[in-house]
Design a protein around this ligand. Structure first.
Ligand code: HEC
Ligand code: HEC
Length: 289
């Protein structure tokens, strides 16, 4: 016993050295993180909807049937933002939907999708968030109706609905479809709006991306080939880059922002991968009304 303890004591400084050297080598890449933040659409919910708004300093209202959520300040300001967080706090928030003090986040923060982001990508996102200028703008409290403001209720929703864990591709996908699946399911969080939910707000996983009522209670289209097959690749690409539809309409509302902040910002390879994945989805009928 004695000798085992002294062995550990002897080894400890070396273990620590090893850990810190490993930590430095593992530090995320802020430039890659900036791109991933676009692929994740982070700026939308975390920035006010006005011209001179400071990016990531806190957002405008996200209106839901439960009330209005406001994306908080996620700049590295020590008091107003997340400047006092460790990388681990960030990983836990994104992967498990848990605040550093252990309270649950509301799923208006799309961690049910972000849980699938890889460790390496989360580290890059963290490096990026630490590199942006801090803002002292105070986060606005959510404006929720009773009893939905109770964070403890979220634990029930999580128990019903939430499985933390990194993205795992189905076997036998081509590399492009696999990349597209990751972009859609994890970073792009497309399912948060395009997957129908039951009356408890639990997504119907068997109807992934089959459309229905979105989080702001408006109809969101079915993205499986049932619906999308009417568009050629060129037309779908044009839509995801500019929001223009083949019949001359322009996109509006929630998707307009997804196009501006996310799909139009993807590299040509990533956009092609995203489209290849949408084309590969099992066709599903529209949600019955
Ligand atoms: C659909 C809107 C939405 C998007 C998109 C979004 N967030 Fe958030 N985020 C929120 C909301 C709302 C909260 C607060 C949740 C709560 O209070 O329970 C939040 C909370 C957070 C927090 C915790 C902040 C704190 O002070 O506790 C972090 C960190 C965060 N988001 C990072 C990100 C990153 C990184 C991205 C992009 C990959 C992102 N968010 C995209 C809505 C969003
Ligand atoms: C915040 C909610 C939201 C998110 C997130 C979202 N969408 Fe949408 N999407 C919509 C809405 C609403 C429409 C309908 C827009 C309209 O009719 O003007 C739409 C329309 C579309 C359309 C047109 C389909 C059709 O038949 O008209 C495509 C394609 C699409 N979205 C792809 C995506 C992809 C890919 C992602 C993820 C990167 C995504 N969406 C994420 C809300 C969302």
């Amino acid at each position: 016993m004695q000798s085992r303890i002294s062995l550990i004591a002897l080894a400890a400084p070396f273990l620590l050295l090893g850990a810190s050297a490993g930590g430095a080598a593992d530090k995320g890449d802020a430039n890659r993180g900036a791109y991933l933040a676009k692929a994740g659409g982070c700026v939308g919910c975390h920035t006010e909807d006005r011209k001179d708004a400071v990016a990531f300093a806190g957002g405008r209202a996200l209106k839901t049937p439960f009330g209005a959520f406001y994306g908080p300040n996620i700049t590295p300001h020590p008091a107003a933002g997340i400047g006092r967080w460790s990388e681990n706090d960030f990983m836990r928030a994104m992967r498990e939907g848990v605040r550093p003090d252990g309270a649950h986040y509301f799923p208006a923060f799309p961690y049910p999708s972000y849980t699938k982001i890889s460790d390496a990508d989360l580290r890059d996102l963290w490096a990026f968030l630490q590199s942006i200028p801090p803002s002292g703008r105070a986060s606005r409290p959510h404006d929720l109706s009773f009893p939905f403001r109770w964070r403890s209720l979220v634990s029930i929703w999580k128990w019903l609905s939430f499985t933390p864990g990194v993205f795992e591709a189905k076997p036998k996908l081509t590399p492009a479809v696999r990349r597209g699946a990751y972009l859609v399911q994890a970073l792009g969080h497309c399912g948060e709006c395009h997957t129908p939910r039951n009356s408890l707000g639990v997504p119907k996983h068997s109807r992934f991306l089959a459309g229905g009522k979105g989080p702001e209670d408006k109809k969101v289209p079915n993205l499986t080939p049932t619906r999308l097959k009417k568009w050629s690749d060129a037309e779908l690409k044009e839509f995801l880059l500019t929001g223009a539809t083949p019949d001359g309409d322009a996109v509006s509302g929630a998707m307009d922002e997804v196009i501006r902040n996310t799909t139009s910002q993807l590299t040509p390879d990533d956009l092609a991968a995203l489209m290849a994945y949408l084309r590969s989805l099992p066709p599903l009928p529209d949600e019955p009304r």
